[in-house]
Design a protein around this ligand. Structure first.
Ligand code: 5AD
Ligand code: SF4
Length: 447
């Protein structure tokens, strides 16, 4: 995101999940009325926000090393008579609080995910105060009510947060501690925001939540919300992420078969294929119940593509458990996936479990799992070659004369075509596939 000719320059660096991408956009929204425009160069920024992620340990350490770099920029700016305010937001802010300022005194303020609407006030206070630094009060008040509805829209797709937090307490995960309990935004608010987005040219919304399918901001849950959003003129595509298998209820499965706007792509993390490990993870599903769930979803929407998250090297994971994960992957067949080495997060139950797995073993398992998942992703991409499918054109391509969009299955598609098609859903013949994307050509009538 880059704005032109701002009075003050705001640099936001986003780590982690799509929820954070969305939050960063909203922070830019609340700061815009104060004269902040977004820059992608931190060196001369007046305000630097690191929107952090805490889910794996490396991410936290990356934040501290980035802060070291930014501190140098702040010093260089101060030497030239300028100022730079440094803010840390997101889950590291939530988890570490004041500790961040102790470890890196150049930080001016720390603000947790529930308090972004307070950013203007916090920044004003940071400017006024000399010497004294502040941190946010992490009270979970109504963040969304206080944020402007009138969002700054930069493209034809947009994220829309509908749910936050998690009560599932998977034993490896910090989210229930950093983002708090499950909370859903009232459906009327979501629909109102989606209307604003549609009026600004957005054609596709991705509903976000740590446990988005646990959404209960209206009586009929996420299925009902999707049906309401599908009725809005201009909203032609609806996606949602991330879901938990245990909240994938009959109504939502049925909606996949009945609401054409719901795209045939579902991110449904399983984490492991071993029941012993799933139990230790407190996932509340077995490998078999997950596979049966996938079968049901496929019965409702036969062309649905699956995506998942996997952890290798959870404490106590034996070779046979890992083999069970590979078998589950082979049985389900994924169109895309994320796989992670288990990361020991202090305070979570798994961090104290016996049988922590050696890094080398994790590395080997991750490599094998990735090889299989990549093979599946490539095979999935190849499977659509030769077909003509609707592609939402999102942006100009990398080379002149190229445009880029997404298939219904979230595959990036590169096409030769005119800029004026941006924002349209056009039939595209899919000609070629690589592991990560497709190439296609416009079907003649649309040119
Ligand atoms: N170690 C490794 N991966 C983790 N995830 C969450 N916590 C951890 C952890 N401690 C992964 C899960 C989750 C995704 C967002 O991040 O797979 O689905
Ligand atoms: Fe973390 Fe599990 Fe909640 Fe997902 S469902 S956010 S992995 S605790």
């Amino acid at each position: 995101m880059t704005d032109t000719a701002p009075a003050k320059r705001l640099y936001i660096k986003t780590y982690g999940c799509q929820m954070n991408v969305y939050d960063s956009e909203r922070m830019a929204d609340v700061l815009r009325p104060l004269g902040y425009g977004v820059t992608d160069d931190p060196e001369w920024a007046d305000l630097v926000v690191l929107n952090t992620c805490h889910i794996r340990e490396k991410a936290t350490e990356k934040v501290y090393s980035e802060l070291g770099q930014i501190k140098l920029m702040k010093s260089r700016k101060a030497a030239g008579g300028g100022t730079m305010t440094i803010a840390v937001a997101g889950c590291v802010a939530q988890a570490e609080g004041e500790e961040i300022m102790r470890r890196q005194p150049a930080v001016d303020l720390v603000v947790g995910p529930q308090a972004y609407h307070q950013l203007p006030e916090l920044i004003a206070r940071a400017h006024r105060s000399t010497g004294e630094r502040l941190s946010a009060d992490f009270a979970a008040d109504d963040k969304f009510d206080a944020l402007p509805r009138d969002r700054h829209v930069t493209g034809v797709t947009a994220f829309l947060t509908v749910q936050e937090g998690c009560d599932k307490f998977c034993t490896f995960c910090v989210v229930p501690y950093t983002r708090g309990g499950e909370w859903s935004r009232p459906a009327d608010d979501v629909v109102a925001e989606a209307r604003v987005l549609a009026a600004k040219g957005v054609r596709e919304v991705t509903l976000l939540g740590q446990n988005v399918n646990a959404y209960d901001g209206c009586e009929g849950g996420l299925a009902d919300l999707a049906r309401q959003l599908a009725k809005i003129d201009g909203i032609d595509r609806i996606r949602y992420t991330t879901s938990h298998p245990r909240d994938m209820d009959e109504a939502l499965i049925a909606a996949h078969g009945e609401v054409p706007e719901l795209m045939p792509f579902l991110h449904l993390p399983v984490q492991s294929g071993s029941d012993r490990i799933l139990k230790a993870m407190n996932r509340a599903h077995t490998a078999e119940s997950y596979v049966r769930l996938i079968e049901k979803i496929r019965a409702a929407r036969p062309d649905i593509a699956l995506s998942g998250d996997f952890i290798v090297g959870f404490p106590g994971e034996r070779d046979s458990d890992f083999e069970a994960t590979l078998n589950l992957v082979r049985e389900v067949g994924y169109a895309s996936a994320f796989s992670f080495k288990y990361s020991r997060r202090p305070g979570t139950p798994a961090s104290a479990m016996p049988g922590q797995v050696a890094t080398q073993v994790m590395d080997e398992r991750l490599q094998r799992l990735n090889a299989l998942l990549q093979e599946q992703q490539e095979a999935f991409n190849r499977s659509v070659v030769g077909r003509t499918e609707p592609v939402l054109i999102e942006k100009l391509g990398r080379n002149p004369g190229q445009i880029g969009g997404r298939s219904p299955w979230l595959q990036p598609v590169h096409i030769e075509g005119p800029e004026r098609l941006i924002g349209q859903i056009v039939p595209v013949r899919l000609d070629g596939a690589t592991r990560n994307s497709l190439s296609g050509s416009l079907v003649l009538e649309t040119v």
